[in-house]
Ligand binder design. Structure first.
Ligand code: XMP
Length: 507
């Protein structure tokens, strides 16, 4: 494989390390995260960033790296927080341990001309999160910035070796990205971040890890698991992609998932477990109980289908990776709930049998990777759909009749959103059944039927959400079609609740 001259980010365990990688990639450069123990294998980087970390350089077994090797690369180095303190010690200075933590905003006051702060406003806000501080500077070290109290917060040793006490990667450092960019400009020629290159690396990595073994993955039709399965297929490894149909899918969704994979030439196995799920859910109305039943059954059905897996692949993304002081990525991985047979997964993980090829990517990067694998736009840009499916859109009892009503109404609503080019403007939209029957009139007869709630929200991260001011014409046409076409519904409501206090789903 052709070598890419990348930016190597060395992980000293800060919760923000992944963000450094993210920012560098946003700036258009290829960045890779390395666990500290992998430092000797970082290849030929064009620039090196040493991350922050929770430890103190004064500890006996403080995280350390080979300074001679670091300098031997002859490339610009930026130490952030712990990285800066470590560099200061390596250059012959010292660091004072402290129990007191400085956490929060500070002002950045440049103290000497330095390219790192080109174009940065005077007293720009930066974000601190540290306890130890630099106490003695080695000979030849220059203070290039101080905080508002005159304390050094940025140092330069030699020509292109910098240290900053603050975190440029967090948005609270208002011009942090620019500072990172200024640093990278010192590096001369860096390779741009191209998803194509990244794909090549991933494919080579998968081939190496899987070898002749068989790898199993679950597919749901969602973005992450689809990209994962197509990637494994592209790598040409022996794989089984298993799709568990729990009977809580939207209209024609199971068939769509199968035909999408068929079109992409990726074989999948479907396990139709809908009857088992509906039977297990019969008569259950308590939301948490429903979730528990679905979660446990899913795991059982999935693992029964898996049998003796040699390797399991999961579509874990960067944001799924738990904030961790550990610098071992896989150790910090959160297990996706739909594969959560914890004992089994942990066992496989301990044996190094869990692959998480997407674990360095953010959602938009996964979409770009998917596009470069030839996955259709529609699949890559579908709204999020919860693991428990329509169960979280059917308060009260879950019956096939109710699910059928939800499916029909949902399909009508989503159809109108797509027709009117509103689907992509909305973060998530759906129809839910309101388990209340009210009186209405149909023809000459009195009806006593369910109400349907339509919900459309925008959100950044699903933690908060706002309802969308859809054009009345869409609501009117959707309501008209539902009331005329869907048996059992005589009222359509539009949900105008923000999250919080409401949730996105109606469970
Ligand atoms: P709530 O209803 O909690 O939903 O505001 C926030 C987001 O999470 C999705 N969601 C889930 N996704 N498994 C998932 O994969 C789940 O169990 C689950 N429950 C909720 C929901 O669709 C929304 O995007």
């Amino acid at each position: 494989m052709e070598e890419i001259q990348h930016v190597a980010v060395i992980d000293f365990g800060s919760q923000y390390t992944q963000l450094i990688v993210r920012r560098v990639r946003e700036l258009g450069y290829f960045a890779k995260l390395y666990a500290l123990e992998d430092f000797p294998q970082i290849g030929k980087p064009g620039a090196i960033i040493l991350s922050g970390g929770p430890r103190s350089t004064s500890e006996a077994d403080a995280p350390d790296l080979d300074f001679t090797q670091l300098m031997g690369f002859g490339v610009p180095v930026l130490g952030v927080c712990y990285g800066m303190q470590l560099l200061n010690i390596k250059f012959g200075g010292s660091v004072e341990a402290s129990d007191k933590r400085e956490y929060g905003p500070a002002k950045l006051v440049p103290a000497a001309p330095c390219g790192l702060f080109d174009g940065i406003a005077h007293e720009s806000q930066v974000w601190m999160s540290h306890s130890d501080t630099v106490s003695r500077l080695p000979e030849g070290c220059q203070v290039i910035a101080r905080n508002q109290h005159g304390t050094p917060v940025a140092l330069q040793w030699g020509e292109a070796c910098y240290g900053i006490q603050f975190h440029p990667e967090v948005t609270h450092s208002h011009e942090g990205t620019r500072i990172l960019h200024n640093f990278l400009l010192q590096a001369g020629k860096l390779e741009p971040f191209r998803i194509e290159d990244f794909k090549k690396e991933l494919l080579a990595d998968i081939r190496e890890k899987v070898g002749g073994k068989q790898v199993v993955c679950g597919v749901s039709g969602g973005v992450d698991s689809t990209v994962l399965a197509v990637l494994l297929h592209e790598a040409g490894v022996k794989m089984r992609a298993i799709f568990v149909d729990h009977g809580l899918m939207r209209k024609d969704e199971g068939e769509e998932v199968r035909s999408n994979f068929h079109r992409m030439g990726v074989p999948i196995e479907t396990v139709d477990a809908s009857e088992r799920f509906l039977t297990a859910l019969a008569g259950v109305t308590e939301p948490e109980k429903k979730r528990e039943i679905i979660g446990n059954l899913f795991i059982d059905v999935f693992w029964d289908a898996v049998g003796d897996a040699e390797l399991l692949a999961q579509g874990t993304l960067y944001p799924d990776v738990i904030e961790s002081a550990s610098n071992a990525k896989s150790k910090a991985s959160k297990i996706k709930t739909h594969h959560n047979r914890v004992d089994r997964i942990l066992e496989l993980q301990a044996q190094g049998k869990v692959l998480e090829p997407l674990a360095e990517l953010f959602k938009d990067e996964v979409r770009a990777l998917g596009a470069s694998l030839g996955i259709a736009h529609d699949i890559l840009h579908r709204h999020p759909f919860p693991g428990p499916g329509l169960a979280v859109r059917c308060p009260g009892e879950i019956t096939e009749d109710r699910l059928e009503i939800i499916r029909e109404c949902d399909a009508i609503f989503i159809g109108h959103l797509k027709d009117k080019q509103w689907y992509d403007k909305v973060w998530q939209a759906y129809a839910a059944l309101v388990p209340v029957k009210t009186v209405g009139v149909k023809g000459d007869e009195r009806s006593y039927e369910w109400a349907i709630a339509l919900r459309a929200v925008i959100s950044e991260d699903a933690m908060t959400a706002d309802w969308v001011e859809l054009p009345y014409s869409i609501l009117r046409e959707t309501s008209h079609d539902i009331l005329n076409q869907v048996k059992g519904v005589n009222r359509v409501l539009y949900d105008v609740s923000t999250k919080p206090p409401a949730s996105i789903e109606w469970e």
